[in-house]
Design a protein around this ligand. Sequence first.
Ligand SMILES: Nc1ncnc2c1ncn2[C@@H]1O[C@H](COP(=O)(O)OP(=O)(O)O)[C@@H](O)[C@H]1O
Ligand SMILES: [Mg+2]
Length: 295
Amino acid sequence: MSEFRLSQRVQVNPHVIRSTGNKVSNRNLKARQMLGKYRIRRRVGAGAFATVYEAYDTIEGIRVALKVPHRELLGKHSLAEIHREVRLTARLEHENILPLRNAMMIDDYFIIATPLGQQTLTDRLRYRLGPATALSYAEQLIDALAYAHEKRIIHCDIKPCNVIIFDGHELRLADFGIAKVAMKTRTIAGSGQGTVGYIAPEQAMGKPSFRSDVFSLGLVMVRMFSGHLPEWPFDWPPQGADRLRRTLSRDFVDFLRRSIEVRERKRFRDGVQMQKAFQRLAPKALRGRNGRGAA
Ligand SMILES: Nc1ncnc2c1ncn2[C@@H]1O[C@H](COP(=O)(O)OP(=O)(O)O)[C@@H](O)[C@H]1O
Ligand SMILES: [Mg+2]
């Protein structure tokens, strides 16, 4: 059981609290409570859009993550939008994208069930990542993004806590499209901009595009390889650049730099272009013996 233990820390997005006038009006689900065939085990965390619980599927005999959107997001308007986004996600079938197991109304709750991961990339980043691991993680995330962009779907919220880790090394990108609903709702509620963190400058101004996903993933990659998250105004070289130069080829450092260009047009057009460049550079990306660098 312990291998499924996630960080107990509950993450509450301050913007949610502000956007609802200091009242997060969620009836919390209790441990052992039944919801259809699911038995709640515990609350795993909360984001801008939903509370996430670990639950046991009493029919299939497996553990799942149940995502329960915050009640205040479930006005009629946004329920229709959530349905649309759920349908969108249901179409995505890729080994590095978190699959939907189920989405339904149970007892007045709207519930999205997905496989339960071990931890998020946020949890993993509390410890240093070796360059070989970071390269494998980067590849998996780029593959997921290229696939989604081929299907003309923008993620809109690529960040480490939306990357779920399974079996130590398999990454799955979560929350496709759902961010868009949450973002809109936040805007309607007039709470201003979301947490800047991993959001591209143009997206923060309300104009997300494929290139914004490229930027966010670029930040995640720089964070993984350098140990530091670049911040506005995203000048180059970023903090931790010495580690990049020590462990990565010059071309690969340029690849990272190009992913987080503030000027949209200088970035890769989309995940597909990013993937092409990555595949060309990855075999020689790592400095040091056997390309293993300081792994
Ligand atoms: N499939 C999953 N498996 C394990 N933990 C998950 C899963 N989905 C979400 N979580 C956890 O729940 C937390 C809240 O998720 P979410 O509502 O998507 O907010 P955010 O992505 O902003 O953190 C995540 O940070 C993560 O710790
Ligand atoms: Mg999420």
